[in-house]
Ligand binder design. Structure first.
Ligand code: NI
Length: 154
């Protein structure tokens, strides 16, 4: 495994539409393992493939219960609403209060290419939605006004 460089805001890569993964192979798994290591190294709760410069529909999340991998994710259902603090490893030192659904059902493929489905509430729902947005070139800062993005205090 290896740490990958995290693409920073302003790089056009973060605004691209990611392509579906056609085959899950060793190369895919190597990417996923690197993404998990990179996410943990940066104390993040999620990381999407475009954030390491790969325009494929893959993300990883870990809200403290172990890593979850989703390839070609599809949001099946959302409900409720939550407003909470949100940041992004590609936009260091910033955060905003973002409103999103507080329950999400999502399906996709796991690290081995097998179908999986997850349901998430609260932070996990937020992480699923935030990372899924990355695959369509959307950043959390798109969801709030410019003056609602704050500098993190040291
Ligand atoms: Ni992000």
């Amino acid at each position: 495994m290896a740490l990958r460089k995290i693409v920073q805001v302003g790089d056009p890569i973060l605004r691209k539409q990611c392509k579906e993964v056609k085959t899950v192979n060793d190369r895919t798994r190597m990417l996923i393992d690197d993404m998990i290591e990179t996410m943990h190294d940066s104390d993040g709760v999620g990381l999407a493939a475009p954030q390491v410069g790969v325009l494929r529909r893959i993300f990883v999340v870990d809200v403290g219960e172990g890593p979850i991998v989703l390839i070609n994710p599809e949001i099946v259902e959302t409900s409720g609403e939550q407003t909470g603090s949100e940041g992004c490893l590609s936009i260091p030192g910033r955060y905003a209060e973002v409103t999103r659904p507080d329950h999400v059902k999502i399906r996709g493929l796991d690290r081995d290419g097998n179908p999986v489905e997850y349901e998430g509430d609260d932070l996990l729902a937020r992480a699923f939605l935030h990372e899924n947005d990355h695959l369509d070139g959307i950043l959390y800062t798109d969801k709030v006004a410019d003056d609602e993005v704050y500098l993190e205090e040291e």
